[in-house]
Design a binder for this molecule. Sequence first.
Ligand code: RP5
Length: 166
Amino acid sequence: MEPLNKGVGVVMGSSSDWDTMQHAVSILQQFGITHEARVVSAHRMPDDLFAYAESAAERGLKAIIAGAGGAAHLPGMLAAKTLVPVLGVPVASRHLQGVDSLHSIVQMPKGIPVATFAIGTAGAANAALFAVAMLAGEDPALRDRLAQFRAEQTEVARAMTLPPAP
Ligand code: RP5
């Protein structure tokens, strides 16, 4: 696997998770963060999962955003195999709407943390924004872009009128 200096890895259990996880990629693109996106299925590609996690630090990854649905063990297993921070995104599942994914990711036993975000697209976007905030600690230009992003959100909210425009 190629180096990804100061980059963020976005991994997911299936290409069916892309509709959700593309919202993380979109934020990383928006902020100009070096990143990659790939399918690493915990139960269908366990050896690949281990290889990804074991090489993450030496490849230069600063964070791994991992999304999965159902019995979502991808984020936890990645976290068990690397010291790179893992940000978990519960993907909405067909039968339990992602509550299963959320509980699988957030209820990590003490000792191996996974920073867990909201179910679905908000969680994917927020995981990426969290990664941006992590990287911004050592990058003043990135911190300025994040501040600008927040300021733009504030302006949009302040411009809201009621009742909402149709
Ligand atoms: C999980 O199973 C994936 O993360 C996905 O959310 C879910 C369904 O996968 P597919 O059957 O669509 O490949 O491993």
